[in-house]
Each structure stands twice: as structure tokens, then as C-alpha cells.
Unconditional design. Sequence first.
Length: 384
Amino acid sequence: MLLTSGQISAGISSFVVFLFTSLLFLSGYVLQQRTVHSLQQAIKPVQAQAQHNAQSVQIATSVPKTFGNAPAASENEAHQSTLSSKEDDIAAEKWSQVAYVQLVADPTKLCASVMLFGTLHDLKSPAHRVLMFPKTWAITQSGEVSDPYLSTSRRLLKIAAKRYGVILKPLDPLLSGTDESAPSSYPLSLLYSLTEYTRLIHLSSSSIILDSSPLDNILTFPSSQIDAETISLDALTASASSSLFLISPSQENHQSLAFLQQPQVSKAAATTILETAKFPINIPPAHAINPDGSHVTLSTMSSSLRNIREDTFFNSTAFWTETAFVHLWDPPLRGPEYEVPREMKQSARPRNQDAAKIWDMLYDTYKGRRYDHCGLELDIWRGD
Ligand SMILES: *[C@@H]1O[C@H](CO)[C@@H](O)[C@H](O)[C@H]1NC(C)=O
């Protein structure tokens, strides 16, 4: 077959067109790849930068306070800024060695502890928050009749961990072979197993925190500066009176606990060891002086408001702004978690008008936080 010159030139020109189109495509492709690569390059450092920024912001917000005594303000700003990240790291490490701890063995008391942690979270306390509870609460036993308290407990444990940054520590009973569901199987001496902390503060449940800074201070001050009274743990459990106490877990205490937990140790032997072992706790004084010189009531009981005479002046502003922690304890009332008949509440209310207003505010605050932090209403009191 012979090709005409017209056909040949058409063939050549279409080949040329094809060639250039391909070249155009190829160059476009190369250009695009380069752009993509440079975009990737451009994005990478931004991501790294963003991560770095997020990290330093997190450290800055989680450690708003300096550990112990505040360092003197530096005159040299530039010097200060180069040091600040290192100081933040040191502060973060020190804050990670102290914690607020709650040991809850009775599911009806769990919300009270979650409320305390929720408040510490809201007030931006930089110390760790640790919640100890029976391991059985965390294990789902499929096929068994579900306990309504247990499902509430699981929900609250989840809230504590996710919303309030609480570290969860599931517990075995102190003595092996004891009833796993009995609250008495989880005595406060188990707090001594937290040897990763140098100092812990335990707050009674049924209480509210109004100001966390003075409490943070007693966690971080050198122990020589805390004029605390030292008693042993079983003296405390016997009197059940302290609203707030400090412990410093030691290896020695932890070892005696670990020894007790061995199955071959008889219950009688364990009880003897528990009675003779020293589990010292420190009860800080009720009143303290802040680093800025102002006075603060570290811990008080709501029933003390009843001691204020009707005809004396009570400075309610001072009470509200200068009190860190209040244990809501007003016998015959059973606790702030109960809605009680009006007459019953009236009998426990302080006679001094201003003190009574504060008393109402304390109970209302408790009720509000119970709803905000646990999503629970007050329980209706149905008598003994
Ligand atoms: C009540 O206490 C506040 C805060 O401490 C103080 O500023 C105020 O002057 C006191 N009021 C009276 C009437 O003493």
C-alpha cells in the first residue's frame, strides 16, 4: 500500500502532536510531584512545630504553680524564658510525686470522691489524682444479675478517668481470702502501697473543696514546715474523726503490706502484724498561713457553724474566701448526699443567721456539684 504525501505529513504531524502532548503531560506530572513534595516538606515542620507548641502549652497549663516556695522573680526576662521550660520540667516532675488519693470501697460513696476530683480538676490543682477501688468493680461478670450500683460505679469511674484525669488503681483485698465485696476488706492501710508518691493527701468523702491552693501547698511544702500531728492509722480509723490527713508511703510499710497479702500468711498472724505495724499519718493544723501571709482555714466541719452564737457577728465573706476544705458533718443528718425532710434539716441548721446562710450555701454547693460531676440527684432519706 502506498501512502500519499498528504497521509505521511498527517501521520508526522499527529505523531508530533502526540509527542508534545506526552511531554506536556510529563512535565506537568513532574511539576505536580515537585509541588506535592514541597507541600509535604512544608507541612512536616508545621506539624512538628504544632506538636511542640501543644506540648509546652500542656506543661504550662498543667503546672500553673511552682513547687514549694515560689522562686524570686528574675529581673532578666530573656534569661527567665530560656530557663522556664527547664523549670517547668522540674516542677512537673515534682508535682507528679504528690497526689490526692481516695480509697472507695462502698459504691454509694464513689460519687463523693469523683466530686472532689472534679473540683480539683476545675480548680486546676497540679497534683496527681488517684482513685483506689475494689478490682471487682472493673470486671464485667457476664451472665450474672447486674447490680445497678455496679453499672453506676463503672460510669463514674469512666467519668473520673476521662473528664477529671484521675488515675484508677483497682485493688485486691488487703488479706487474701477475705470477702471481695465487703468494704472492710479494703482498709486505709492500702494507701501505703502507693510508693510511687512521696506524699499523699486523703480527704474524707461528704466534703467540699472551696479553694485547692492551700491544700496543694501542704502537699508540696517541706515536711519541716508543716506543723502536723502524727498519729497511727488505726487510731484514726478508731476515732474516724479526721477530715484530712497526709501520708508518706515508705518501702517499709509497703513491704509489710505485701507480706500480708501472701496467701500462706494466716489471718490471725496478719491481724497481729497489722496491729503492731506502724502506719503513721499526719494531721495538719486546721489553720495555716499562705505564702503571701494571708490566713487560711485548711479544714473545718460544717457543724462548727452551730457553735456561733446567735447574737455575735459572723463574717460570712471571710469564711467563704478563707476556707479551703469543709467536711459536711451535721449529726443527726446522715450526710449531704441525702434529701431530708425540712424539719430534720432545720434542727441541724445554725442559729446565727449569717452562719446559717453559709451553711445553706455549703449544702447547695454540694448538691450542685453532685449533679454536675456525677449526674446524680440527692438520694431521698428514708430513715434508718
Ligand atoms: C469580712 O472579711 C473580709 C475578708 O476578710 C474583710 O474584707 C471585711 O472587712 C470583713 N468585714 C467585716 C465587717 O469585718
